[in-house]
Design a protein. Structure first.
Length: 254
């Protein structure tokens, strides 16, 4: 009669150890980035650089964020600029020049459901419990020859993703999850490189991503990361469509 209770006790001990290990890894990760105080001291952020989807599809991008959750993103490919904004409260907008009928449209409920992860300054691990995130230790692994700790993160929407933390530095090496393309989710993974310190907080300046088993790739290279700079409120409201690109050999206005 005692055996089931014994097994249950071992199960509880195992669960407790995994949770404690996850907690320790998260704590060391936050410290490695600069510590909670310095991370939360960042009130605004602007990242500028280049995004590439292959040899023939790349262009500049800019992402601006302001606390608590305001966001503005622009990405230009082949002379066409896509814009996404979120007011930090309840409304967001998208301008997609590659759609059949380009116009500024309000974000859908599904868009807004996932916007928190994009607009969140601190990432999913700072104050993760208050954000409704659950973190579990999975296993030790290896990322490009580096030993790593693998954690499972389940957010408040029950979306599951996996993070690999460098066993030496405790910075994030890899993310595995899914992203929505068209109307369906596809497996996606990202590798984080070239961490640099900006006003006491470490950021990856290179993120390489792909969909395993496909030819879909993405490379984000940050040229500059600025923090605590003034950003006007209008950047986070409904955007105006950008002016169409001038045709080749068009006369310059004086």
């Amino acid at each position: 009669m005692r055996k089931p209770w014994l097994l249950a006790a071992f199960a509880l001990i195992s669960t407790s150890l995994s949770a404690q290990t996850a907690e320790e890894i998260v704590s060391k990760y936050v410290a490695a980035r600069g510590g909670e105080d310095k991370i939360k001291a960042v009130k605004t952020e602007r990242i500028t650089g280049t995004i590439s989807f292959g040899a023939d599809a790349d262009g500049p991008f800019v992402v601006e964020r302001r606390r608590p959750l305001k966001m503005h993103m622009e990405m230009t490919l082949n002379g066409q600029t896509m814009i996404r904004t979120y007011d930090g409260k309840s409304s967001g907008w998208i301008y997609n020049p590659f759609s059949p009928k380009p116009e500024v449209q309000a974000m859908t409920a599904n868009d807004l459901k996932s916007i928190f992860d994009e607009a969140d300054f601190d990432g999913p691990f700072v104050d993760y419990k208050a954000k409704g995130n659950q973190v579990e230790f999975v296993d030790k692994g290896d990322v490009q020859g580096k030993p790593a700790y693998k954690l499972k993160l389940t957010n408040k929407n029950n979306d599951v993703s996996y993070f690999y933390f460098d066993a030496g530095t405790y910075l994030i090496l890899k993310w595995e999850g899914a992203r929505k393309l068209a109307d369906h989710d596809v497996a996606w993974e990202s590798i984080f490189h070239d961490f640099r310190e900006v006003q006491g907080v470490k950021y990856p300046f290179l993120i390489e991503s792909d969909s395993p088993g496909t030819d879909q790739t993405q490379r984000i290279t940050a040229d500059k990361i600025e923090v605590n700079i003034p950003i006007d409120d209008s950047h986070f409201l409904k955007p105006e469509p950008p002016a169409p690109p001038a045709p080749p050999n068009a006369p310059k206005s004086e």
